[in-house]
Design a protein around this ligand. Sequence first.
Ligand code: ADP
Ligand code: MG
Length: 202
Amino acid sequence: MLELSKGAEAIIYKSGNKIIKERIKKSYRIHELDVKLRKYRTKIEAKLLNEARRVGVNTPRILEIKDFSIVMEFINGKKVKDILNKISPEEREAISFEIGKNIGKLHAYGIVHGDLTTSNMILSKGKVFFIDFGLGFFSKRIEDLATDLSVLKESLKATHYKYLNEIWNKIIEGYKISNPQWKEVLAHLKKVETRGRYIKRN
Ligand SMILES: Nc1ncnc2c1ncn2[C@@H]1O[C@H](COP(=O)(O)OP(=O)(O)O)[C@@H](O)[C@H]1O
Ligand SMILES: [Mg+2]
């Protein structure tokens, strides 16, 4: 098994065309609580991945769920983060539109990703796959959906600043198509953003 990445929450291994995502122990937590939390987060992440695919969003297929790990299909492609600044404007707009359309779908079904960044999207065979629902949850609250978008926008500012406007406009265009509640969510997003600026200034 090849260790692909080690984050704060999980280690990712690759074995053939499988990925194993294993939630690691946090030693600062009481053991019993740590076990409970990791089991719970593993289960919910698997549920979110499956539910997202059920509503038509591309996610890796789950092959096996264990207490602390998910075995899933390896998505052979490139992280959107690594390509989005390098491709043609037409491709960038098309991919951004797809991203928005998919997020709208997730939100329309009450799936909050929780960590929307272009590091958690893989472009494979011309399709955008969403991975890493490790911070996700089920909610239809406008505030939760708006926050999900706000996290994405902030991360785009950091990684795709040069093309921020064209990327964001296309994402929103796609989002509007698939989430009937887009008006409320975008209005709330504005509030979230103003609040952010207010907090920063003071
Ligand atoms: N199903 C998968 N197919 C291909 N690569 C994956 C897959 N799952 C994870 N990875 C790779 O491992 C990295 C970390 O996985 P991720 O689920 O995002 O965990 P973390 O919570 O540590 O960010 C991803 O950015 C991606 O490069
Ligand atoms: Mg990740």
